[in-house]
Design a protein around this ligand. Structure first.
Ligand code: ADP
Ligand code: MG
Length: 727
């Protein structure tokens, strides 16, 4: 029976020898050697490209000017030579379709000659354009299967890189966008790149008005903090729910969860620490500046944060990081779980999106020492506040996924209400501006820890607030709603475009102003007065805030099917069309794709639950009941005087649970059948949410109760304690 499988697994875990990590790099050379060695980066380009071609490519990369097609052949040739020298045999256009995270289609460099030889071929055309069949990727009705043509096109702003397998075979990866034969975006990168251009152009207009004549461009910068779980692979393979759905659909609450708060920033276990070091080394080879790693709140939960970069590169790097995390884990007998809620009752995983606007010289969201007098800062701050308030509903769609529904509003992540935390100091500034009153300015307090030997340092003028979905953290905004499994492109596309719109409104108004400074101050004042409602510094996890937010008229869409309709709201379509980021057709297609995705995920979860209940859990409960009943019968056979009270109690409880499960199975099956039969994607998603989810909860509740009573040797699934602590 299954218990022997589990015993063997546990035996292996307890006696496993640590896996040797990658050899430590030579003393003193650990960092410099190897960083970016698998990237066709600017250093390699400078070495290998003719000077003029290099200069033009740099302009394309930093200023997003179109690439000269004649240069493409030369660049492709240099890339190919470099890749072949590094052992590559294949290349692939790497793209981000609306499903999953990334997709790739590999081609060999190989080209045969007439005399039976081969040579490595890679032209500018092959670099620039690919033609994967688009018919099997979601398009939300944009095209039918007979119009299958799709294209990928090189994104020269994100560097190409080499990825190898465990045998050292390498492939050249080319970051690309993906679109249909009729020109509609079928991916997440295309709109992101369009939004970056939009916000950059409008921010530059504002800078010019502020008297900045030297800045050549503005970049939206992103730093992502990726959370994840590590569990032992030998236990993982015994959980069909984890394998099929990425999260546990059953599992009684363990005796010890996260209540001791002993895991957060705790000492990292050796196996995990070795894994993290390997991960760092692999990421550094790819030029990904992985920097901070620590244990997170939940047992077995961890986080990795790289140093921020331009949006497009930062997001490609995050996707690669996620791939690498999964790829390296098996070497240590681990599995990396990136689902937002692998375990009920312990914290789930998010992905904070740190965002700012920057020229090559300065961060435009840096308040400096005197924010009240920093007009540039105030204008950009006002634009973000206005953008987030006006497009909160649209921003909410970017974090609406079935996985993330488990986090938002569950007292471990921000609520589904979008508000902005600015901190005490900035709120005082904002209040002073809004009420035309003087602002005294903060006094930088010295921190005195009462121990002379400890250094004295200035205290930050603002405390942190972990409950806010959108927090100003000194010189950047941190959007904390995205889920760990998500591609950050969607939220950054919306953020960039909404901010572009507000900056455009400002620039249009200020360009006509007689006195720029007083007009700009008036505009900041007006914005703050009109949008004060979105600023909230208090505890976002409380019920009072929900009520207060409702009074303020802030939207509060609690689940994915409720949140997604904002994608097709005319106001939001208008925004995206005005800045050429997404067309009405593309917005509708995204709406369809996301609704359909929601239904598919819940359907898979429900079917997995049903199968596990029917084929694993009920048989286990029955087997155990039979054992207990036999015990009782044998006891009674010896003497009627022997008590069978404990057997009776156990049998009564398990029998009740089994009946409840059996009824819940029927109810769940019926609900799934009804939802599945629906043809309208919106109605279907709503049905999965409203009718199917509660039935899943009922089935789980009965099964989880049975788990607490059923004999350990009979229960076929590794328990929460085993999965969370045997790492
Ligand atoms: P915190 O502790 O407030 O979360 P960190 O300093 O750890 O902040 O940074 C979190 C992430 O934010 C990192 O990825 C970091 O590189 C990134 N980050 C820092 N400054 C900026 C900025 N100006 N723009 C965008 N991201 C930034
Ligand atoms: Mg953070």
């Amino acid at each position: 029976m299954s218990s022997t499988v589990r015993e063997t697994a546990l035996d292996h875990i307890s006696t496993a020898q640590p896996v040797a990590p990658l050899p430590a790099p030579e003393q003193g050379k650990a960092l410099a050697n190897g960083y970016g060695c698998d990237v066709f980066n600017t250093r390699v380009m400078r070495q290998r490209l003719p000077r003029e071609v290099y200069d033009r490519l740099m302009r394309t990369m930093t200023h997003r000017t179109p690439l000269d097609p004649a240069d493409a052949d030369i660049i492709a040739g240099a890339m190919k030579d470099w890749a072949l020298e590094h052992g590559a045999t294949h290349y692939t256009h790497w793209f981000q379709p609306m499903t999953g995270l990334t997709a790739e289609k590999h081609d060999a460099f190989l080209s045969p000659t007439a005399d039976g030889q081969v040579f490595g071929e890679f032209s500018g055309k092959m670099l620039i354009k690919g033609e994967p069949d688009a018919s099997s990727f979601p398009s939300g009705g944009i095209r039918s299967t007979f119009e299958a043509r799709g294209y990928t096109a090189w994104d020269p702003t994100s560097p190409v890189f080499l990825l190898g397998d465990e045998y050292g075979r390498k492939t050249l990866y080319i970051p690309t966008v993906f679109y249909s034969y009729t020109g509609e975006a079928l991916d997440r990168k295309t709109p992101l790149m369009r939004s970056v251009e939009a916000v950059s152009a409008q921010a530059l207009r504002i800078l010019r008005l502020l008297g900045n004549t030297t800045a050549t461009g503005v970049q939206a910068m992103v730093g992502s903090e990726q959370e994840y779980f590590l569990v032992d692979r030998r236990l993982y393979v015994q959980r069909p729910d984890l394998m099929m759905c990425g999260r546990t659909l059953y599992g009684a609450k363990p005796a010890k969860g996260q209540e001791m708060e002993d895991h957060y920033f705790g000492a990292i276990k050796e196996r995990v620490s070795n894994y993290m070091k390997d991960l760092d080394i692999e990421l550094w080879k790819l030029g990904i500046p992985a920097k901070t790693e620590h244990n997170e709140v939940a047992p077995a939960q961890h986080e990795l944060a790289p140093i921020f970069d331009t949006t497009n590169v930062a997001i490609d790097h995050n996707l690669l990081t996620m791939e690498m995390m999964k790829k390296i884990a098996p070497k240590y007998g681990l599995v990396c779980l990136q689902h937002e809620k692998p375990f009920e009752g312990v914290n789930g995983s998010g992905k904070h999106n740190n965002w700012s606007l920057s020229t090559t010289e300065e961060n435009l969201l840096d308040p400096g020492d005197t924010p009240m007098e920093n007009l540039q800062f105030l204008v950009f701050l006002a634009a973000v506040i206005k953008a987030v308030d006006e497009y909160a509903d649209l921003l909410r769609t970017s974090v609406a996924t079935p996985g993330n529904d488990h986090r938002l509003g569950a007292n471990e992540a921000p609520p589904a209400i979008i508000s902005i935390f600015v901190g005490e100091e900035l709120e005082a500034v904002i209040d002073a501006i809004a009420s035309d009153s003087p602002y005294a300015g903060p006094v930088k307090m010295k921190m005195d820890l009462g121990v002379d030997v400890l250094p004295k340092f200035s205290k930050d003028t603002t405390d942190r607030n972990r409950t806010s979905p959108f927090a100003f953290t000194g010189n950047k905004f941190e959007f904390r709603m995205p889920g760990s499994a998500q591609n950050l492109s969607d939220c950054d596309t919306i953020l960039n475009t909404a901010v572009a719109k507000e900056l455009k409104g400002y620039a249009d108004e200020l360009e006509g102003a007689e006195d720029f400074t007083s007009a700009a101050i008036a505009l900041v004042k007006r914005t703050i007065r009109d949008h004060r409602r979105v600023i909230f510094n208090g505890n976002g996890y409380t019920a009072e805030w929900e009520e207060e937010a409702a009074r303020r008229g802030l939207p509060n869409k609690k689940n994915t099917p409720a949140a997604l309709p904002a994608l097709i709201d005319p106001k939001n379509i208008q925004l995206m069309e005005d800045f050429g980021v997404l067309t009405k057709v593309e917005m509708h297609s995204r709406y369809e794709v996301e609704m359909e995705h929601y239904s598919k995920i819940i359907n898979i979860e429900a079917l997995t639950m049903l199968e596990m209940a029917r084929k694993q859990l009920l048989p286990a409960i029955n087997a155990y009941m039979s054992e207990v009943a036999n015990t009782a019968a044998s006891k009674l056979a010896v003497s009627e005087a022997i008590s069978v009270r404990s057997e009776t109690k156990t049998l009564t409880r398990l029998s009740t649970d089994a009946d409840a499960m059996s009824d819940a199975i029927d109810a769940l099956q019926a609900a799934v059948d009804t939802a599945e039969a629906m043809t309208d994607e919106s109605a279907k998603a709503v049905s999965f949410h409203d009718d199917v989810l509660p039935k899943m909860d009922a089935l789980r509740a009965a099964a989880d109760d049975a788990e607490t009573v059923c004999g350990e040797d009979y229960w076929p699934l590794p328990s929460y304690s085993k999965m969370l602590y045997y790492v």
